[in-house]
Write a protein that binds this ligand. Structure first.
Ligand code: PLP
Length: 399
């Protein structure tokens, strides 16, 4: 018999499975609210103007495709640091940050997890309840035991902050705490600046290892505003880890552009951390690809392209906001009694709507509207053409 004859079928990814079902649906009015992707008002995946300009300039130069350094291009890594910590931040000047280009946010999480597993083999990883569905699987695959801390409050559709803090306060030292830096996926519920200050304080007092996941910088309030958590951790003097992604903010999903940054206590520590990180990368994929990182670095370093990108990012942010308020207004105009105002307070691409599994099923079966069974919807999949249909359908199932 074949060596593979005993291989069992792995469970399907729930969200990708949803997209398959959506694609097979023949109704012309169908809407996929299950994805985690930004679509423009025409329902299309945008290629940003700034990206296109940077790509055209790059292709004109026909750059050769040699290997990159193991940790990626220095110009790219510097640009990542400036976005996360602010232009000319003291800690970057002091050599207290190590940044390695990575294969998207997922790749950054993976090399971060591998690095931490070697350093802290006994540590557990704590993720929010709920969290991005790949967090648990990814850290478990790196050999960690993964547990949760309380996060989403189904009653207020905000954060169970007291329970979260109490849980973090009770953790033993050196545990890894994964935090969504902004635009929490899947709930859309974020911490306030004052709440971040408390989290930072607890991490410091308990000697925890914060791992910030920044996949949506610029989608809530703006580039610097969305880095508040990062900047507060920097202020605290703690050492911590950040994974970041440009998949959404540059609409470069398939190019796999992200980075892992590690904030250390000194330049000397950084050199040692970088050497270990390079070892992790070398044994995973050797070095990152060139194109996506080069495009992002050139957009960020070229003033005209940079302002074009900031404008486009602002357009994406504003459009999602308009869809949030639009949906809430339309539901109330249709006489839906339930209070959906939380949708406007939630940030980023998603909302945990509180729809039940049965309601999600009805939306799909009767109306061809696909949401995740948890009730998560992606507001960036709404547009001026489908929002009334979605509001009508929601109003019908909620009455
Ligand atoms: N982290 C969070 C919270 C996300 O929502 C995502 C993508 O949806 C990622 C990480 C992964 O990003 P990437 O697609 O760049 O790997």
């Amino acid at each position: 018999p074949s060596v593979f004859s005993t291989v069992e079928m792995a469970p399907r990814d729930p969200i990708l499975g949803l997209t398959e079902a959506f694609n097979a649906d023949t109704r012309t009015t169908k809407v996929n609210l299950g994805v985690g992707v930004y679509y423009d008002d025409a329902g299309k995946l945008p290629l940003l103007r700034a990206v296109r300009a940077a790509e055209e300039a790059r292709m004109k130069n026909a750059p050769p495709r040699g290997y990159q350094p193991i940790e990626g291009a220095p110009a790219y890594n510097k640009a990542v640091q400036d976005l996360l910590f602010g232009q000319g931040a003291a800690l970057t000047a002091d050599g207290r940050v190590v940044t390695a280009q990575a294969l998207g946010g997922t790749g950054a999480l993976k090399i971060g997890a591998d690095f931490l597993k070697r350093l802290l083999p006994q540590a557990k990883v704590y993720i929010s309840d709920p969290s991005w569905e790949n967090h648990r699987a990814l850290f478990e695959a790196a050999g960690f035991e993964v547990d949760v801390y309380p996060y989403f409050d189904a009653d207020t559709r905000g954060v169970r902050f007291d329970a979260m803090i109490a849980h973090l306060k009770a953790l033993p030292a050196s545990q890894i705490v994964l935090l969504h830096a902004c635009c929490h996926n899947p709930t859309g519920a974020d911490l306030t600046d004052a709440q971040w200050a408390e989290v930072v304080e607890v991490c410091k007092a308990r000697n925890l290892v914060p791992f910030l996941d920044m996949a949506y910088q610029g989608f809530a309030d703006g580039i610097d505003q969305d880095a508040v958590a990062v900047r507060q951790f920097v202020q605290s003097g703690l050492s911590f880890v950040i994974s970041s992604s440009f998949s959404k903010s540059f609409s470069l999903y398939g190019e796999r552009v992200g980075a892992l940054s590690i904030v250390t206590a000194s330049k000397d520590e950084s050199a040692r951390v970088l050497s270990q990180l390079k070892r992790t990368i070398r044994t995973n994929y050797s070095n990152p690809p060139t194109h996506g990182g080069a495009v992002v670095a050139s957009v960020l370093a070229t003033p005209e392209l940079r302002s074009m990108w900031e404008e486009e990012l602002g357009e994406m942010r504003e459009r999602i906001r308009a869809m949030r308020t639009g949906l809430v207004d339309k539901l109330s105009a249709r006489g839906v009694a339930r209070d959906f105002s939380f949708v406007v307070r939630q940030r980023g691409m998603f909302s945990y709507t509180g729809l039940t599994v049965a309601q999600v099923d009805r939306l799909r079966d009767e109306f061809g509207i696909y949401a995740v069974s948890t009730g998560r919807i992606c507001l960036a999949a709404l547009n001026s053409k489908n929002i009334d249909y979605v509001a009508d359908s929601l109003a019908t199932i909620l009455k």
